[in-house]
Design a binder for this molecule. Structure first.
Ligand SMILES: [Zn+2]
Length: 386
């Protein structure tokens, strides 16, 4: 059964409405104050407008590489979702805690914080580093500033556990993501004389069709990794907007697409293929009518995949804490790929709750999952204080 300290901290953290792209400083200040009372100093790494911050703190000796526990402080919006109760006030019912962020992923942060007193009491020989970020949900944006700071540290973490909801299963790999916005620039004219114009929607549709062709090719020809639920790289178009009236040849059309790549596949090669198709196949036709017509590409977001060797020390260590001897690979992205690739810290994902319960109305975490995470933390403290 979950301990009252963990539950009290979950309630406290959920009450901060830290929706992505809004200020998270109240939450960060609360955590900073909580740690400071126990003599643990935090370093804040602010966003450019100083409305948001990452928090980094070390519990235990600061001259030794330790185990970094990482979580994001932001949550997805609740707008348009039908909740049965206030999403920012934890409601306990049937062995579950309901609230926005209970699953993804404030419960992990709360359980970690609830165990700081025990870490100090036991006296860690190997430290625990706390790394709490902002704006993860919009493409692992905030953590990049924290990563820049980590790179400059005299002592970098020896390994990292990202506590995203995996049902406490040890995840060694996830896909990478690359998202782009494309604007087709056409030439407007009366739709009764369409040859005088360049139909931006038509050309955007051709490019969308090409992206779909690439998706089909990846599904048929691979590469494949059968440990992923969808064993190959996927591409899809998620939004499209264009045109003003049916009797006008549209001059604008914009769409957004994304690539979810197997961790060892390079999404840039696919992006290059799409750009090349636009430049070489579509733009010459468009520009024959209007030299100003064409395509613009804008990067939206992206993060690298995670691909930790299942035989790596971090995997065996975290398996022993989680009481597991297997590992998994998952579809959704986390900050783990960035820690692994940009700072060279061996990383796995392991945390309480299940992703199926995240981002939805009536998001919840089972108290049994919180209790498993507490056992994980107790074992970690045992190992690091021995
Ligand atoms: Zn998350």
């Amino acid at each position: 059964m979950a301990k009252t300290e963990s539950v009290a901290l979950i309630e406290k953290l959920i009450a901060f409405e830290t929706i992505s792209m809004t200020p998270n400083l109240d939450l960060i200040e609360f955590v900073r104050g909580y740690l400071e009372k126990m003599g643990v100093r935090s370093e804040l790494v602010f966003s450019e407008d100083r409305q948001q911050a990452n928090l980094y703190a070390t519990v235990g000796p600061d001259d030794t590489p330790g185990v970094m526990l990482s979580g994001h402080s932001d949550v997805v919006p609740v707008k348009g979702q039908a909740w049965d109760s206030d999403p920012f006030k934890v409601r306990e019912s049937d062995g579950r805690l309901y609230g926005r962020g209970t699953c993804d992923m404030k419960s992990f942060i709360a359980v970690v914080l609830a165990h700081v007193p025990l870490m100090l009491e036991r006296g860690l020989k190997t430290p625990v580093h706390l790394a709490f970020s902002y704006d993860e949900e919009i493409g692992c944006v905030g953590v990049r500033r924290l990563i820049a700071m980590l790179k400059d540290l005299p002592v970098r973490p020896a390994m990292c556990v990202v506590g995203e909801p995996t049902g406490m299963k040890v995840i060694v790999a996830h896909k990478g993501k690359r998202a782009l916005r494309v604007r087709a620039r056409g030439l407007e004219c009366h739709s009764s004389l369409p040859t005088a114009g360049v139909n931006a929607i038509d050309y955007a549709a051709e490019l969308i069709g090409f992206i779909r062709t690439l998706a089909g090719r990846a599904a048929e020809q691979g590469p494949f990794d059968p440990e992923f639920e969808v064993a190959y790289t996927t591409l899809h178009t998620g939004t499209v907007r264009g045109g003003t009236a049916l009797n006008i040849v549209p001059k604008d059309c914009a769409f957004e697409f994304e690539i979810r790549n197997l961790p060892d596949e390079d999404p840039e090669a696919l992006v290059d293929e799409i750009k090349e198709y636009a430049r070489e196949r579509l733009e010459p036709e468009m520009q024959a009518v209007d030299p100003a017509a064409g395509f613009d590409f804008e990067d939206l977001s992206g993060y690298p995949g995670l691909d930790t060797d299942p035989g790596a020390e971090v995997v065996r260590f975290v398996q022993s804490l989680a009481g597991a001897n297997d590992h998994g690979k998952m579809a959704f992205g986390t900050e783990a790929g960035l820690f692994h690739r940009r700072v060279d810290v061996p990383t796995v994902v392991c945390g309480p709750g299940f992703i199926e319960q995240a981002h939805k109305p009536n998001e919840f975490i089972a108290l049994a999952q919180v209790a498993l995470c507490e056992t994980f933390m107790e074992r970690l403290i045992d190992r690091l204080s021995a």
